[in-house]
Design a protein around this ligand. Structure first.
Ligand SMILES: [Zn+2]
Length: 491
């Protein structure tokens, strides 16, 4: 029965060996800035610094938001597997026009809205098994760093204070020759930034706001140029360099952030004299029926709703399985297909443990799996290797080849662990409440004994009635050559 037969352990403790790739590096990523795949060479040997644009906490997250968290969680885990010490900084934008609008609409403080939604994001990341970032700075906690960055830009002639006394501070895009390089645009073809009430405050309509002068009834902070609040782009430049240094390895985010957000981050930081990000990685977006997520669609895909459709680990599998740069076109069918694919992996591991006892993850992942992830994080190809191994393992179970079963299971655990998807890991094995599971296991065993006894006396009506009552209680019984197994029913 599922959940049993995993106590007899004679597996030797595994010493994890990390493949050293720092010499003959094979890890490579598609760099949006270079518009090609580049070998990954970190600034500091053995270290990888990663900045990820996090949430603007105006609303709770839907799966489109969390996809980025899952994709970059896998990147972080793979870098760690490859022997890098990773520093991951993921910010929280806790002040923004939209947050203020929501607060005004609800008649509450802006920080109430920010706190509430930040908790919802943290909870969603946790539920989906994303490791917490090394640091998670909030914009409003970094106003001094932003003021200092503006000071440097003004001193170098790349930013100016609006002359109308509004307190706005703008970046002068024409002062920075590289403006448009990241998003591959020429400045003449760009539209105005559209981030001010009056473009006459600007030297050029494409100049963007570093700082927004205080407006009545809105939160503001003191600066040498008057009270106001941060512009979104400035926050990320200030926080990334504070925690990762003036130059760092990888900057990540959703593809929708390339312009203007990331273009403006580059302009601010490089114009101020910082080296900034060496690689730009962008995840694809999530669409529904081929359309970009609207607010109402997003509401139907909020994380608490989604984890009632499938288990959290199955949702993670769904978000992880497509290449991070591809568009995911959401449908319930594709979600359930992903859940079924995950269950094939899980089912194999559970059966394998029934046959050979507990199995620890192998010390190393198979080469084809590693090659797939080294090549711009090819998770779909990597999962194909996992499923190949699952098929081999299932064949070995049928043939009673215990050694091959144990080997396959060890490799499957090692590979799924790197993806944060190991069904037997503490994160997911405990997710159904392992203590409670044992109790249910024992109760179902009692019911199944009675069913067996009823069959023995050829009382098939009674045997079927027991099975139906279990089903009504949400327990699906499956008869297998090695006896009955049970699972919770999923609708
Ligand atoms: Zn950002």
């Amino acid at each position: 029965m599922r959940g049993q037969g995993r106590s007899a352990v004679d597996t030797a403790p595994v010493v994890r060996k990390r493949t050293a790739t720092l010499g003959g590096v094979s890890l490579r990523f598609y760099d949006t800035s270079a518009r090609q795949v580049r070998d990954f060479t970190p600034l500091r040997e053995g270290r990888a610094s990663l900045y990820l644009c996090g949430a603007t906490v105006q609303a709770p997250p839907h799966i489109g938001h969390i996809r980025s968290g899952v994709n970059f969680d896998i990147l972080r885990r793979w870098l760690e597997y490859r022997g890098y010490r990773v520093t991951l900084c993921r910010n929280v934008t806790d002040i923004d026009d939209k947050i203020i609008d929501v607060a005004t609409g609800e008649g509450v403080e802006w920080w109430e809205v920010a706190e509430r939604n930040q908790r919802a994001f943290t909870s969603a990341y946790d539920i989906l098994g994303c490791l917490p970032p090394t640091v998670e700075p909030r914009a409003t906690g970094h106003v001094p760093e932003m003021i200092e960055l503006m000071r440097r830009l003004i001193d170098r002639g790349h930013a100016y204070v609006s002359e109308d006394g509004s307190g706005d501070v703008y970046f002068d895009v024409r002062s920075f020759p590289g403006y448009g390089a990241l998003s591959n645009q020429r400045i003449e073809q760009m539209r105005g930034a559209g981030d001010t009430e009056d473009d006459r405050r600007k030297h050029d309509p494409r100049d963007f706001a570093l700082w927004k002068g205080a407006r009545p009834g809105e939160p503001s902070w003191e600066t040498p140029w008057g009270r106001g609040r941060p512009g979104w782009h400035l926050e990320c430049s200030a926080m990334s360099t504070k925690y990762l240094g003036s130059s760092f390895d990888i900057h990540g985010g959703g593809l929708d952030l390339v312009f203007p957000h990331h273009e403006n981050e580059v302009a601010q930081s490089k114009a101020a004299g910082d080296g900034f990000a060496q690689y730009w990685l962008h995840n694809g977006l999530l669409a529904v029926g081929g359309e970009k997520m609207s607010k109402s669609l997003g509401n139907s895909l909020l994380i608490p709703i989604m984890v009632r459709k499938v288990r959290p680990v199955e949702l993670r599998y769904y978000l992880a399985q497509a290449h991070y740069r591809s568009i995911i076109d959401y449908s319930d069918e594709s979600l359930h297909e992903a859940a079924a694919a995950y269950q094939r992996i899980e089912g194999f591991l559970v059966r394998a443990c029934e046959v050979v006892g507990d199995v620890e993850p192998a010390a190393e992942v198979p080469d084809p799996f590693a090659a797939a992830l080294d090549d711009d994080l090819g998770v779909s190809q990597a999962l194909a290797v996992v499923h190949g191994q699952v098929r081999e393992g299932n064949t070995a179970i049928t043939e009673g080849a215990k050694e091959r079963v144990a080997e396959a299971a060890g490799r499957v655990r090692a590979m799924t662990a790197v993806l944060g998807l190991d069904p037997l890991s503490d994160t997911w094995a405990a997710s159904e409440g392992s203590g409670l599971r044992d109790v249910v296991d024992a109760l179902v065993a009692v019911a199944l004994d009675q069913r067996q006894a009823a069959r023995g006396r050829k009382d098939y009506a009674a045997a079927d009635a027991i099975r139906d009552r279990l089903l009504a209680a949400g327990v699906v019984v499956e008869d297998t050559p090695r006896g009955p197994r049970w699972e919770l029913r999923r609708d």
